[in-house]
Design a protein. Structure first.
Length: 558
């Protein structure tokens, strides 16, 4: 069989990639060795940037309706409150439509994506295992084995390995996966808790407790249970679960040991009544030497592994998938040059490396067993946390870090700067959020609703003073964009929208090209139309005219 894109792995990354391709009407096949979506909760937090990406697929509202909004963090030191802060940070509601972390179990997230694909006529080929993969100049060849034992060959233009830490795609390509494994053991558990009357944590709150062995924490889940997480003290990990030779982080833990851990480390006056799921894991820190080899790409855990601290893993994986998805879609549809695909690794590998560095340092500091480190955690850290969390700069930094709104691509080969030293966001940055102060019907509007979905968007700011020039500029821009088959919608931002002008640093007339993943691709004055055209020509194909006079994409995808 033939397909434009073969996706190996139907976890969150593979499913999001499939959804982006489906939104662009690209032919794809998605296979997974499992018999269906996961049934365990596993990763259980969706952060701001992930919700913004899901919103472009029309999925964020469904996720929010099923999840639990976590808005605050309470910090305790051996049961005594040491501080607290808003997880969203001051003014976060003015920076994103999702000013919270969403507690939503991975199995529910996957089910939402599977249902979204099914609504559009796309299914997953379960019980289908990759057994061989080879790359060729015109694409790739994959051999898969069905549940019946039958082997099929799939010819694909591109292959994406979304098949997790033990990725067969990565191993078939011979891509190295260097890194290491910490000695410290961590534990996740989804539990039912019986709190005495009035003793439960406030709604929507993540509770952290600092112990001599590091932080442990708990937050509410959509199921009504609580997720417990953190380091396991020596002696509590059951024997035979060290998993030195495995990247797979999941192993069951007896309920009695979960209760011991809870009693020893959490300093909460409550009783566990049930443990629905437990996972003992080793902390791995690994990153693939390459995220692309020929016509094959790696996303998510197949490309990088790190500490689950902060719930960054699944969110990074979804970010990988969305970044690669729209680029593959345009290349497959003949709307973009092959070089656009080179920007995937250039953009996402530095992001993964930065997260690995950060989580490595944080985890090492938190879990070091040296007596001095343990003394600092017991006597100094808690005294510093309270004052620090009251500082606006610290709160804003925490929001930016965990929300993943810090991610940007200023040095990407797929973005280009504007002329001059303009204020405001630069190409590669996440497009700033904002609300319209007035719309035609007099009701305020959300900018992300205007620039949402999976097309490109151009924001054309009028500047400080209204004038006839903006209409002429818009005609120039629309005439240029009409030469390209990729969908790019133009929106004028009137001079009266002072807040949006300030947020985008648009003192005069200025245009911003926004990619399908919500990042700025180009900024510049609209009269520099030749410069804008040079940028577009570098990445996108122009229409060509066929013999019968019809307009067609400049190249044909595989």
């Amino acid at each position: 069989m033939r397909t434009r894109v073969l996706i190996v792995g139907a976890g969150p990354a593979g499913l999001v990639l499939a959804a982006v391709l489906a939104a662009h009407e690209v032919d794809f096949t998605i296979v997974d060795a499992k018999s269906g979506p996961v049934t365990q909760s596993r990763a259980a937090i969706l952060h701001v940037r992930t919700l913004e990406l899901l919103d472009r697929l029309g999925l964020a509202d469904r996720a929010v309706a099923q999840g639990v909004r976590t808005t605050g963090v309470e910090i305790f030191e051996r049961g005594r409150r040491a501080g607290g802060f808003s997880l969203a940070g001051q003014g976060a509601a003015d920076r994103t439509p999702f000013p919270y972390a969403l507690g939503l179990e991975q199995d529910r997230t996957e089910r939402l994506l599977v249902e979204w694909l099914a609504e559009r006529g796309h299914g997953i080929e379960w019980d289908t295992e990759l057994v061989a993969l080879s790359d060729h100049p015109d694409g790739a060849r994959a051999v898969v084995r069905r549940a019946t034992g039958v082997r099929d060959t799939i010819a694909a233009g591109w292959v994406v390995g979304a098949d997790g830490a033990r990725s067969r795609v990565r191993r078939a390509l011979g891509i190295d996966f260097p890194g290491g494994t910490y000695d410290q053991t961590g534990l996740l558990a989804d539990v039912d808790i019986d709190f005495p009357a009035g003793a439960g944590p406030p709604a929507g709150t993540l509770r952290l407790n600092l112990t001599r062995d590091g932080f442990v924490g708990m937050f509410p889940l959509a199921s009504g249970r609580y997720r417990l997480f953190g380091a396991v003290p020596p002696g509590l990990a059951p024997p035979g679960t060290r998993q030195e030779a495995s990247h797979e982080p999941y192993a069951d833990v007896p309920s009695a040991r979960i209760q011991d851990w809870f009693d020893t480390s959490f300093s909460v006056d409550a009783r566990l009544t049930a443990a629905a799921w437990t996972a003992l894991f080793r902390i791995h820190s690994r990153i693939a030497g390459r995220f692309r080899a020929g016509n094959t790409f790696l996303v998510g855990d197949a490309a990088h592994l790190h500490s689950p601290a902060g719930g960054q893993g699944m969110n990074l994986a979804i970010g990988d998938a969305f970044n690669l998805g729209w680029k593959l879609a345009l290349a497959a549809n003949g709307q973009a040059h092959e070089r656009l695909l080179d920007s995937y690794e250039a953009e996402r590998r530095p992001v993964a490396a930065a997260v690995l560095r950060g989580t490595d340092r944080a985890f090492a500091l938190e879990t070091r067993r040296h007596p001095i480190a343990r003394w600092i955690r017991s006597h100094i850290a808690a005294r510093l946390l309270g004052p620090l969390t009251r500082l606006p700069a610290v709160r804003a930094g925490v929001f930016r870090l965990f929300s993943q709104t810090w991610i940007g691509y200023r040095h990407s080969p797929a973005v280009a700067g504007g002329s001059g030293r303009a204020r405001g966001p630069r190409p590669g940055d996440r497009a700033p959020y904002g609300r319209f102060e007035a719309t035609r019907d007099g009701a305020p509007g959300d900018l992300f609703d205007v620039i949402g979905g999976t097309p490109h968007h151009v924001l054309l700011f009028e500047g400080a003073e209204p004038g006839p020039a903006v209409a002429a500029h818009r005609r120039l821009v629309e005439d240029l964009l009409g030469r390209y088959p990729v969908e790019m919608r133009v929106h004028t931002v009137p001079a009266g929208e002072k807040t949006l002008h300030a947020r985008y640093g648009a003192r005069g007339s200025r245009l911003f090209l926004i990619r399908p993943d919500g990042h700025l691709a180009y900024t510049g004055p609209p009269h520099e139309i030749g410069r804008f055209a040079d940028y577009l020509d570098r990445l996108y194909t122009r229409h060509t005219t066929s013999a019968d006079g019809r307009s067609e994409p400049g190249i044909q995808g595989r």
